[in-house]
Ligand binder design. Sequence first.
Ligand code: BG6
Length: 512
Amino acid sequence: MAQPINNTGYLQSPNHPAPPCVMVIFGATGDLTKRKLFPALYNLAKANLLSREFAIVCTGRNELTIEAFREQISADMKTFASDGVEADLWEWFLKRIYYTHGDLNDAALYQRLQALIQMADAEHQCHGNYFFYLAIAPQFFGPAIQQLGAAGLTKEEDGKWRRVIIEKPFGRDLDSARALNAEIKQVLDEPQVYRIDHYLGKETVQNIMVFRFGNGIFEPIWNRRYIDHVQITALETVGVEKRGGYYESSGALRDMIPNHLFQLVSLTAMEPPISFDANAVRDEQAKILHALSPFTPEEVLTDTVRGQYDAGELNDERVPAYRNEENVAPNSTTETFVAMKLMIDNWRWADVPFYVRTGKRVGKRVTEISIQFKKAPFVLFRDTSIGSLRTNRLVIHIQPDEGISLRFGAKVPGPIMRMGAVEMDFNYVDYFGSTPSTGYERLLYDCMEGDATLFQRADMVEAGWSVIEPILDIWSALPPRSFPNYGAGSYGPKEADELLAREGREWRKLDE
Ligand code: BG6
């Protein structure tokens, strides 16, 4: 196996524990806490990246004693830990986990929390630093922050820090996102706010910046002169699972595009930041979001596609139509697939389409960015038996495979001049091995360190919503008439293929 090069430079793996602090989890009996947060905290502790002076205060709706909560978490860890649980380390962990239950709108809960946090802080010498993780339903984000403020828990003084991590969805359109930002601003300063987008916790997503700006050879060709178009894909084989209720009011557009997919677009398209300081990076990302060409009503009709899955066959299993999923209306018009063409109005990207697609219940789980370069002029090969030239393509594989591949043409050995497409592949696991990860480790660590680079700023969230606002408007005014329009196990509705075909292009074949 090839050896990793040990000079990662910027964005390198941290090598010192985060500062002492108390983490306060709201929604502690929910799915995210057991599936991601505790396993991620455990992985951080195991990697020696958590302070020894650390405590976790939890709150949820269920009435449980601290002992019962600890027992429940221990049982959950057996299922959700990425790589087993060491008894000694888990013992250390359990001693610093506290629990109280209550109603998020009730001021008394915050009084109890305050007492518990202070106790945990004193017991484990957490230096008065607190951060709050809001893993709760979005309607409680505003009220919980107001209550934290009223209880004096967000006030930073004497060098002690107070931060709040907010889960998605951050608003459901531009107005609600603005209103939430305004409500938060009454209590917190922007540097205290960490709006999470778990896509930024993925190693390969972080690697986009290193790949682009840490290598001298790609930047010169990363522009409209050499790139024909970009395709960004985030497809899933899963359906809506148990989340029918949420998904019915969200749909694929809100669920994936202004957050995850726009992160990938902005990281791919941004200018080099002047430093890796949080605001320098986010300024450049924000510029791309602002440069995304606004959709006219006509463009919504021509440049966006929506779909909903029908029953079908996936991995040799029969799966139901979206309309037959739990908590979904039998005549639902919610989209489970979206494709669109985005244009970026700046000098680097003028006339280069960025096609994005995302959908549930398609044939293969794939998240990737594919950069399609322009063709070389054919002139030289005119009198040979080479019929046409294929284009060079660079693919950044985000999941489930993590890596980068470059396609180029090579002569097929033999007396006749023939050309074949070959692939040069870098695979993360082969090169660097794998480390147990939930994708939340880096984000939690960065919040404790006070580094907001991988979190969304208020203006970025609002810019994302304003791009999709016209689509939300037109789609709700003109309900789809052909739903369901793609079978589970396929690659989306035929209109998604037509979107590219009419411009002489096609989506990258995912089983190539
Ligand atoms: C979430 C969406 O934010 O991201 C889900 O709400 C989606 O609907 C998920 O399935 C995809 O995340 P990942 O990490 O599995 O690509």
